[in-house]
Design a protein around this ligand. Structure first.
Ligand code: AMP
Length: 439
């Protein structure tokens, strides 16, 4: 299958070729013809599958006919986070190079003045987070009656973040005759209900879930015998010495730890910076830009802040904590080994991670090979004579037996109970970063 066969016009094809894409990805091959036929589409796909182009490319074709009126966007792309919205906008600019389409980004942290000016001039595509869109709508700054195309991206993430009521409102505000393109990596019951309620006989395009991780990523597990934060940070530095890593995204389960670890690394003269929801938009944007430019070597991140960010060429992913949700493990390590490059993922586990680790191994259907710090770096020496924590893979090792159950009450990193909105899996539980309220 080629891009030409999908029904895209010459201006789009030229931009696609210049982007270096030679053939459509499965989600693109499945969705683009359906969108061009003006059908509603339910795309079940994750980031990394090329789904952004699967909706933006045919949208450009459709929107190339007609003109935008003041305050009446002709299409909406709704994203759960500011970063994702900004990323989609970047993609859109790249793909629409040879079209005369106007695009505006409506997200928190960006001045109202500029956004409003653009809206006044009329936009073909408005890329936004739900909160900021509704805010502007309620102020009478936007009219929805001209919306022909509505894209809801990362719907399951919207659910995690408690945005479903906003999404329902947006559906109800836009014309019944609109075309809807709806993307979600998973289909929990609540998402299915939304699809059943608001989409009209959608064409379902499902691409294989990345339940298995890319073969280009070598996975490793460093099991520490105790949950001692100091020893953990020391082990982290040892990994960095041993790996001589070019750059890395380092994931922590809690934003509190994102700060602690980033500070600790900086104290040890390691070029690191945090990214999470409590930081201002300008700092997050700047940090991300610096990381992309290679001016920051280690990006210390929380799951939601990093989700979906397309950062090419990351040599390592380090899991400072085993993620609470197995799915996040796949997302995290998917940040490396992209575009056929080799990548390394190293996960640090302590006895309290036993359950989470078991869930990951079950989901992967395979063990994670054990990582040895070796002699080049000093491993944190256990102070007690307790046997080591269980290791997931013991191919070449004698099998240690589990000696004790984790005692989460003693742990300083006890997972917080998820709040109502994060039942389906937000790792932030009841301390959801304010970043995700968007404004
Ligand atoms: P996405 O899932 O939209 O975040 O896309 C993931 C990455 O794949 C981005 O870096 C895109 O630039 C890239 N990409 C999208 N479509 C293609 C394609 N047909 N061939 C190669 N790379 C692509």
């Amino acid at each position: 299958m080629t891009f030409e066969e999908l029904g895209l016009g010459p201006n789009t094809l030229r931009a696609v070729t210049e982007s270096g894409y030679t053939e459509p990805t499965p989600i693109q091959a499945g969705a683009i013809p359906k969108v061009l036929q003006r059908q509603d589409v339910l795309g079940i796909a994750q980031t990394g599958t090329g789904k952004t182009a699967s909706f933006t490319l045919p949208m450009m074709e459709i929107l190339s006919q007609g003109r935008a009126k003041a305050r009446m966007p002709r299409s909406l792309i709704i994203e759960p986070t500011r970063e994702l919205a900004a990323q989609v906008a970047e993609n859109f600019e790249k793909y629409s190079k040879y079209h005369r389409l106007s695009m505006a980004l409506l997200i928190g942290g960006v001045s109202f003045g500029d956004q409003d000016k653009k809206l006044m001039q009329g936009v073909d595509v408005l890329i936004c987070t739900p909160g900021r869109l509704l805010d502007q709508y309620d102020r009478g700054k936007i009219l929805m009656s001209g919306v022909q195309l509505l894209v809801i991206d990362e719907a399951d993430r919207m659910l995690d973040m408690g945005f479903i009521p906003d999404i329902e409102r947006i559906f109800k505000m836009t014309p019944f005759t609109r075309q809807t393109l709806f993307f979600s990596a998973t289909m929990p019951a609540e998402i299915q209900r939304i699809v059943d309620t608001f989409l009209h006989q959608p064409a379902k395009v499902e691409v294989a879930r990345q339940a298995t991780t890319a073969k280009t990523v070598s996975q490793n597990l460093l099991s520490l015998p105790r949950n001692d934060p100091k020893a953990k940070r020391a082990a982290l530095r040892d990994i960095m010495v041993k790996e001589q890593l070019k750059n890395a995204i380092l994931f922590c389960n809690r934003k509190k730890d994102v700060d602690v670890v980033a500070k600790s690394l900086s104290r040890h003269k390691i070029n690191a910076a945090p990214i999470h929801g409590d930081l201002s938009q300008s700092i997050r944007t700047e940090t991300l830009a610096k990381f992309k430019a290679g001016d920051i070597r280690i990006l210390v991140a929380s799951d939601v802040a990093a989700r979906g960010l397309d950062i090419p060429d990351v040599s390592h992913v380090l899991n400072y904590d085993v993620p609470f949700h197995a799915e996040d493990y796949v997302h995290r390590i998917g940040r490396t080994g992209r575009a056929g490059r080799k990548g390394t993922a190293i996960t640090i586990s302590t006895p309290i991670d036993h359950k989470a680790l078991a869930a990951i191994v079950e989901m992967l259907g395979q063990d994670i090979p054990e990582y040895h710090l070796g002699k080049t770096a000093k491993a944190p020496a256990p102070k007690t004579t307790r046997k080591p924590a269980p290791k997931v893979k013991q191919d070449s090792e004698p099998k240690p037996t589990r000696t004790r159950k984790p005692n989460p009450t003693k742990s300083d990193s006890k997972p917080k109970k998820p709040n109502k909105q994060s039942k389906s899996g937000s790792p932030f539980g009841d301390h959801m970063p304010n970043f995700f309220s968007q404004d």
